[in-house]
Design a protein around this ligand. Sequence first.
Ligand code: UD1
Ligand code: UDP
Length: 377
Amino acid sequence: MKNIICIYGTRPEAIKMIPVVCELKKNRKAFRTKVILTAQHRGLLDQAMGLFNVSSDYDLNIMKKSQKLEYITTEVLLKIQAILRREKPDMVLVHGDTTTTFAATLASFYEKIPVGHVEAGLRSHDKFNPYPEEINRKLTDAICDLYFVHTVSAGKNLEAENADKNNIVVTGNTVIDSLFMTLKKKRGFKQKALKKIDFSKRLILVTAHRRENWGKPLADICRALKNIKERFKDVEIVYPVHPNPEVKKTVLNILKKVEGVHLTEPLDYVDFVNVMKKSYLVLTDSGGLQEEAPSLGKPVLVLRKVTERPEAVNAGTVKVIGTGRDRIVRETSGLLKDKRAYKKMQKSINPYGDGKAAIRIVKAISRYFKLRDKIVK
Ligand code: UD1
Ligand code: UDP
């Protein structure tokens, strides 16, 4: 029997770690599983936790308004340390590239506890894009012991950094596990604002919140959305706005009064997936969406300079277009006007997983600890 502690704190980490927590808990003979929430996000995290009905053992409740990176890092480091000393787990699992991920990994290293990194090996090879995530994930991978990568090419990134090949396991991304689980849930829209959308029109789903896009890039994105809405009468835009005050200020300022642009509160995952299913096109600077949307056959225009997810770009369903206003208007208009160009991008592909990533992760952990006979088949 091994003690595993899963640590996470933001919305995307919760959505992608919950399948792993559920799978570990299924295997009671092999693992005693606990969850520590840093609550780097409060509302967004609770929304995701509520949906999947997963409880936690510790909640550090660290979030404060407009928090700085050094605040998150030091709060998580100090508070996790005390719990790890008490619990003495055999392994800690972290996810992705947030500041929670990095600080929890560092805390585990200080206690000499092995770390498994879910969604390891992503690289944009650009220090400040995304910021601070590229460095968070490199530092995490430099410390951790088991790497769960979503694709073969993420594994190659790790090999190029001299990670031990024997500890790299290609599992697919757990976001596809969550997506498939959610697609089975039949439910109408919960958020009232969504009921106002005219679904006879073509729907563009937008999310944008990244730190490197704060200020002018995000303002340019919003101005481009305004232009697109003015040009295309048969289009509606839905933009669930991230609660970060820095993001809200810019978005509301430019788009609040634009007819046909629906600025909503963050959507719970079922609502969000339902909107994605109904959308014509996705514009985003998010990481997870670059994996989910191609799975649903939705073309994605990525509002970033670079991506760490080249597979869907190579398959032609995702295009990286940056944050310049003219380019966003041009590329989006192209897809709205040119049916052939749209059809070329509208392929349903799953380079990032088949919905069984969590099962593979738990099997890999059981191999690591030589517990294979105790795993539920
Ligand atoms: C964080 C991650 C980013 C991830 C994103 C997912 C870091 C450095 N960034 O960015 O990698 O893509 O989460 O959403 O780890 N806030 C609320 N309620 C919430 C969540 C946030 O009010 O539920 C507000 C708070 O004022 C908070 C601010 O947003 O201070 C910023 O949150 P933070 O976690 O620092 O950064 P994100 O931009 O959300
Ligand atoms: N998401 C959600 N509701 C929203 C916006 C996003 O449930 O209103 C989901 C989305 O499907 C994806 C994840 O949240 O799985 C992405 O989170 P976020 O954009 O916060 O982080 P990122 O992917 O940029 O790290």
